[in-house]
Design a binder for this molecule. Structure first.
Ligand SMILES: Cc1cc2nc3c(=O)[nH]c(=O)nc-3n(C[C@H](O)[C@H](O)[C@H](O)COP(=O)(O)OP(=O)(O)OC[C@H]3O[C@@H](n4cnc5c(N)ncnc54)[C@H](O)[C@@H]3O)c2cc1C
Length: 419
């Protein structure tokens, strides 16, 4: 089936990748129908399901540029120029992310970003959003999508050809491809979970430097905090599920208070609602999803987390999903049929998404432990000096965050060990 003979494309999931992709496809003249299980976020706040705020970096910004929405998103974003490392004794020091002024990353609210992308897509001719529609996967006939209206419970069907599934890490469409033995999936859960907490504003203002990503690294675990525009920070505790220093041990408000007072006294002092939030907020799980076989002929393609969910420690899941969208558009210029396009997309992207999956896992070790090590700090300083003198020397972190022209797999092969 040729690209030009098809005018309509389905997208499953109006999350970050799905809503950006809707804009890009509509700009190419396709009629796009986006099916999303949640209610319309433009009508009021909905449960975003994942993290509250995200780090946006160059690869993601490139995708926003391509869609023409950068100017709408950037006013929502707070620049973070480095990581503020908080030691046990209460001292804190900033480690710059880059060596050039433009080498910064941005904290952005997931809900705000998603809403802006949905608004921009919905304003384009040919884009339709169908909210409250849960995709159950592919029906028995291989190219038919099965959907359930979340209000009425009615089950209905629509022809898949072609569908891009951006239904996230727990993708129902991926499950269908797995059941048909089109995909092979390996899920590698992390034995650490996460919980989001709040550092409130005081008199409407941030209580720490808002232009940094704050980290309290403690070896086997860590707390981080990203700024929000309302003066608050969203803090995230990453901690083992079981064993010494684990979620399992934090059973009562007393346990939580004692743990924070012992491990994160400087953060604890800024969190008046700690115990209440700790027991009200969900404990999220993390992991990597490795998939082979991202497409069913030219009918269905997995993209974003649906194809390759990763752990969040390089702040790249969304950035990578936006890069997926941009790459799909680039490949559209080279391919005339959907099958060839989807095949080329997996061929091009999988080595790169495997590479960022590995680097994201390695960065957990760096964030929670290495940043405290004087030897690591000395090497980082040396690398910064070298980078200033030799433009061919770029540390891995910078390649990933600030150099979208360097593919993830190249970033990994040029720096086999993190640095
Ligand atoms: C704690 C945490 C922190 C993170 N921090 C960062 C960060 O700093 N930077 C970064 O780049 N990435 C980060 N990520 C990763 C990022 O959240 C994901 O990579 C990104 O959301 C992927 O976008 P997506 O569109 O593929 O999936 P999602 O954003 O998850 O969107 C999926 C959409 O599909 C919908 N959906 C799901 N199932 C169905 C169904 N069956 N039918 C219909 N609709 C469905 C969902 O409701 C949702 O709207 C983080 C992730 C976590 C968990």
């Amino acid at each position: 089936m040729s690209l030009t003979s098809v005018s309509g494309v389905n997208i499953i999931g109006a999350g970050l990748a799905g809503s950006l992709l809707a804009i890009l496809l509509a700009k190419r003249g396709f009629h796009v129908t986006v099916y999303e299980r949640r209610p319309d976020p433009r009508l009021g706040p909905t449960d975003s399901g994942r993290s509250i705020n995200l780090a946006l970096a160059a690869r993601g910004i490139r995708g926003l540029d391509l869609a023409g929405v950068r100017e709408r998103v950037m006013p929502l974003a707070i620049p973070m120029r480095g990581r503020m490392v908080h030691e046990h004794d209460g001292t804190a020091a900033l480690q710059m992310y880059g060596v050039r002024p433009e080498e910064i990353i941005y904290s952005v609210s997931r809900a705000d970003l998603n809403r802006v992308l949905i608004e921009a897509a919905a304003a384009l001719p040919g884009v339709e959003f169908e909210f409250g529609q849960l995709c159950l996967g592919l029906a028995h006939e291989k190219s038919v999508l099965e959907l359930r209206d979340e209000v009425t419970g009615r089950i209905h069907h629509t022809a898949a050809q072609p569908t891009v599934a951006t239904d996230g890490a727990g993708s129902a469409v991926r499950d269908s491809l797995l059941a048909r033995e089109v995909s092979m999936v390996r899920e590698a859960p992390l034995d650490h979970d996460y919980k989001e907490l709040t550092i409130p504003a005081v008199a409407g203002k941030h209580v720490m430097d808002p232009n940094a990503l704050h980290i309290w690294p403690r070896g086997g675990f860590m707390l981080i905090a990203l700024p929000n525009r309302d003066g608050t920070f969203t803090a995230t505790l990453f901690l083992a599920r079981t064993g010494v220093n684990s979620f399992e041990q934090l059973r009562s408000p007393g346990d939580v208070e004692a743990f924070f007072a012992r491990e994160f006294p400087s953060a604890r002092a800024l969190m008046p609602d700690l115990s209440r939030e700790f027991f009200e907020h969900p404990q999220g799980s993390l992991g990597t999803v490795y998939t082979r076989g991202w497409h069913l002929n030219g009918d269905v393609l997995l993209l974003g987390d649906a194809a390759h969910a990763i752990v969040p420690f390089h702040g790249q899941g969304m950035n990578c999903a936006f890069e997926d969208c941009a790459e799909l558009m680039r490949l559209m210029d080279e391919h005339h049929g959907w099958h060839g396009l989807f095949e080329a997309f997996e061929h091009e992207r999988r080595p790169n998404t495997d590479a960022i999956a590995q680097m994201a896992l390695e960065n957990y070790q760096e964030m929670r432990e290495s940043v405290l090590d004087p030897e690591y700090r000395r090497k980082k300083k040396e690398a910064e000096e070298l980078e200033k003198k030799d433009p061919n020397f770029i540390p891995r972190y910078s390649m990933v965050m600030f150099h979208p022209e360097i593919a993830y797999r190249e970033a990994l092969s040029r720096s086999p060990a993190a640095g």
